[in-house]
Ligand binder design. Structure first.
Ligand SMILES: Cc1cc2nc3c(=O)[nH]c(=O)nc-3n(C[C@H](O)[C@H](O)[C@H](O)COP(=O)(O)O)c2cc1C
Length: 191
């Protein structure tokens, strides 16, 4: 069993990125236990002054959740052709502390937008920042989801068949990536 922490990089109530992650558990291999992190709003803006004597409780909870997961999946929106401040703020907190929670952590990145370009630029920047703090980001497949309004029903369920298939393939690849990074093999599959 692999535990995966899924973090949506939007605080919006009806966030498409969170909705994609909420669809993930039903599409993942049984060996993947996915929990969606829902407390990013409590993570205060980073300041080195707040690191001493210890980081705020919400930051410690986030770090603990990341550190204790076998892998982390981040779904990021794109704001102004960049990654949202909420996501960058989270990365900055996660890049600090002892030990650094994301160091050597297998991470998968995806993103969804109502626009046409699938959060390509935000994901590229997120990959860069995560790599800078020692995370081991899955190179492929990359999942750029566009035209978000067409992918969900009125209740926010992910109904687009192609997207569901792509997400399932992404999650299967991520399970293999976690095993590869950890140097273990999936039973019955070559990792
Ligand atoms: C300040 C701001 C800037 C945005 N810039 C972009 C952008 O550069 N590219 C893009 O695809 N969408 C952009 N959008 C639209 C977001 O993709 C859209 O609001 C999306 O639903 C946010 O993700 P969420 O649904 O998970 O909250 C922007 C939205 C906001 C509020």
């Amino acid at each position: 069993m692999l535990s995966v922490l899924a973090i949506g990089g939007s605080l919006r109530r009806d966030s498409f990125n969170r909705r994609v992650l909420q669809a993930a558990p039903a599409l993942a291999l049984p060996a993947l236990q996915i929990s969606v992190y829902d407390d990013l709003a409590s993570v205060t803006l980073f300041s080195e002054d707040l690191e001493v004597p210890r980081a705020p409780a919400a930051v410690e909870r986030l770090r603990h959740a990341v550190a204790s997961a076998d892998g982390v999946v981040i779904a990021t929106p794109e704001y102004n052709q960049s990654l949202p401040g909420v996501v960058k703020n989270m990365i900055d907190w996660l890049s600090r502390g002892e030990p650094v929670a994301v160091e050597d952590k297998p991470v998968g990145i995806l993103g969804v937008t109502p626009g046409a370009w699938g959060t390509r630029i935000a994901q590229s920047q997120l990959r860069h920042a995560l790599t800078a703090c020692g995370a081991i980001v899955m190179p492929m497949p990359q999942l750029y989801l566009r035209s978000a309004a067409e992918l969900f029903d009125a209740d926010g369920q992910l109904i687009d068949a192609r997207t569901r298939d792509s997400l399932a393939a992404f999650l299967a690849a991520f399970a293999a990536w976690v095993h590869k990074v950890r140097g273990t093999a999936i039973q019955g599959r070559s990792a």
